[in-house]
Design a protein around this ligand. Structure first.
Ligand code: ATP
Ligand code: MG
Length: 554
């Protein structure tokens, strides 16, 4: 008790100096620290400042009565819990009641008894101590239960994690662990403590693999995989005994399964890819075969047109030659009659002259010599014109048929258009009036044979789009570094939802045998190879315009 007493403070409030001195001496002697005040405001201030463990308060004081002071001390939250003992010289029941009501804990009647004073001081201070301890205890209990609850919560949390969490000391010895380790090793908690975690795993059939990147896996023959990580706490200044590591064994079984599945899927995708590539190359070769057939078909189509164009002049040249040969026979007949007449007249010395002349005249009439001579010129002129026409067609055919040329040479696109128009004239002339507006455009490096094929595809499509009779307009112009060619028709047009499909290979709306659906896809390909562009504008029922842009390459 002495030890404790030495720390305790007593405040004596009395307006009589004699009492203050007496009590100060008494309590100091008993081992307390004794403060004194003569009452009033000063007493309240001191009490607030010192916060004594007990107050001895005189009842009768001049500045402020003990009762009033007691009330003030009890009303102040800082001083309200300090026990107040009232000292009174009057053993009056009413006074005592009033003091108790004001919060005083006890009374001492003057004259003061030193022994009673120290005993009361000891008792009330002990009582206060005891109460404070009780409160502390209750608080501690509450704190402990909160800690216990938090610990439980934490354990539940850690146990609900699907990874193994182990707390170890610096020698890998298990200090704590969550439930997962118990589950995977089938070992009770107490048997795990104090053992090295690696030993526990190995004993339970786990093996480890060290990967190239330094990562270590633990795996179990039943197919469980764990990746492990160690997190070390920094040893504090208090020493190495505090060194704790957290070992986490992450369950990566599902991840491994997924990876395997993924690898399988990848293999399948790779295989499918190979198959697809194979199919693609087959398709490519099939396409080139079809393109070959398409070319053959267009050559056939061309041949028919050309034959028709050549047939006509050849026909009349032949018939002219026939006529000419008949004319020659008649001329020959007349000339031989003439020769005979001349010979007869020279040998007979002009005897029977009139008879010979009559015979010659007769021949002139029967051979229609004069008519024949007059007709020969027109027959020859007509035949020359016919052969000229054949020559032009053959020349156009030659320029058109540069399809297989792979070289890009400077060429005049207008000339290409002209020769293509001539070649397919037979296809167009019954279907449309063809109007040309070919402006002066520069030569450009291109494969004219291929471009001719483009023009032919577009012109034939235009003619085929016209049901009865219409108009086809062919225009060329030049803007900055580009040449533009437009081919428009007054045909059936293309529905808006079909426009997106017309460049697809094999897309055709034409009846079987009439179209393969390759014309525009070949066209697109050729224009793309020329770094150009092709655009289409169409209105169903009104017509279609294809515009091609080809860059000028000098
Ligand atoms: N000028 C046009 N007017 C209306 N429709 C057109 C025109 N040009 C193309 N088309 C439409 O586009 C389709 C595809 O044309 P594309 O030239 O590729 O094939 P095709 O003419 O049907 O057959 P191919 O040209 O192989 O003989 C045609 O079937 C037609 O429906
Ligand atoms: Mg076509």
């Amino acid at each position: 008790m002495k030890d404790i007493q030495e720390k305790f403070n007593i405040l004596v409030i009395d307006d009589e100096k004699g009492v203050r001195d007496f009590l100060s001496l008494l309590f100091t002697g008993a081992g307390y620290i004794c403060h004194t005040s003569e009452g009033g405001k000063n007493a309240l201030e001191k009490a607030e400042k010192i916060l004594p463990d007990i107050i001895f308060l005189d009842f009768f004081m001049a500045e402020m009565s003990g009762l009033e002071l007691c009330k003030k001390l009890k009303n102040n939250p800082l001083t309200s819990s300090i026990p107040v003992i009232i000292m009174t010289s009057k053993d009056d029941y009413q006074i005592k009641m009033n003091c108790l009501k004001a919060g005083a804990i006890d009374f001492i009647t003057k004259p003061l008894n030193p022994l009673e004073m120290t005993i009361k001081a000891d008792n009330y201070i002990n009582l206060r101590q005891y109460t404070a301890l009780k409160i502390k205890n209750a608080l501690l209990k509450e704190t402990f239960s909160k800690i216990e609850e938090a610990k439980k919560e934490w354990e539940q949390t850690v146990d609900s994690i699907d990874d193994v969490i182990i707390l170890t000391d610096r020698r890998d010895v298990i200090l704590r662990t969550n439930k997962k380790l118990l589950d995977i090793t089938n070992t009770p908690y107490k048997d795990l403590l104090g053992r090295k975690w690696q030993d526990v795993l190995m004993e339970n059939g786990f093996a480890n693999t060290i990967h190239d990147n330094g990562e270590i896996d633990f795996h179990h023959p039943t197919g469980k995989y764990f990746k492990y990580n160690i997190y070390s706490t920094n040893p504090t200044a208090t020493g190495e005994a505090q060194h704790i590591s957290v070992v986490i064994l992450q369950d990566i079984t599902e991840l491994m399964l997924l990876t395997k599945e993924l690898e399988k899927s990848l293999n399948i995708v790779e295989k499918k890819n190979e198959e697809l590539e194979k199919a693609y190359s087959q398709l490519k070769s099939a396409q080139s075969q079809i393109l070959q057939q398409e070319k053959m078909a267009s050559i056939g189509q061309l041949a028919a047109g050309v034959a028709h164009e050549i047939n006509n002049p050849t026909g009349f040249v032949m018939s002219n030659l026939n006529t000419l040969s008949k004319y020659i026979a008649r001329i020959k007949e007349f000339i031989s009659c003439q020769t005979e007449t001349i010979e007869a007249l020279t040998t007979t010395g002009l005897k029977g002259k009139s008879e010979y002349i009559e015979r010659l005249n007769e021949k002139r009439k029967t051979t229609k010599y004069d008519y024949v001579m007059a007709d020969i010129d027109s027959l020859i002129n007509e035949s020359i014109e016919g052969t000229e026409r054949i020559k032009t067609i053959v020349q156009d055919l030659k320029s058109f048929s540069r399809v297989d040329e792979t070289e890009y040479k400077p060429a005049n696109i207008n000339a290409g258009l002209e020769s293509t128009l001539n070649i397919i004239w037979n296809e167009l002339k019954y279907k449309a009036i063809v109007k040309k507006e070919l402006s002066d455009i520069p030569k450009t490096k291109c494969n004219l044979g291929q471009l001719n094929q483009v023009f032919m595809n577009l012109l034939v499509n235009a003619a085929q789009a016209i049901e009865n009779h219409g108009e086809i307009n062919v225009k060329t112009w030049h803007e900055e570094d580009n040449i533009f060619i437009s081919i428009s028709d007054t045909g059936c047009g293309i529905e808006e939802d079909k426009i997106g499909r017309i460049f697809e290979p094999f897309y055709t709306t034409k009846e079987v045998g009439k179209g393969t659906g390759l014309g525009l896809s070949i066209t697109y390909d050729i224009i793309r190879k020329h770094n150009g562009a092709i655009q289409v504008k169409s209105k169903p029922g009104e017509g279609t315009t294809f515009t091609i842009k080809i860059p000028v390459i000098p």
